[in-house]
Ligand binder design. Sequence first.
Ligand SMILES: [Zn+2]
Length: 82
Amino acid sequence: MTRRRISGKYLTCLQCRRVFPASELEKERREKKRDIYVCPYCGSTSFTKDFSDVVLIIDPKESKVAKFLKIIHPGVFAYSLE
Ligand SMILES: [Zn+2]
């Protein structure tokens, strides 16, 4: 049995900007038996592969970037969506 390697591929939720490894969304999709990817954080079904610059938000309350991007939770987010 061969395992398809999809590491190194990332998707960003268009609504909350959170960045996910494609493999994580794929796993979630299979577990929930869905046809499409759903963001586990905001429930959006819109994702993009086209983004540049990623920011790690550790403390959203203290972060100017988090305020600018309207991010309220810690995590890894896309700075600019294309
Ligand atoms: Zn989301």
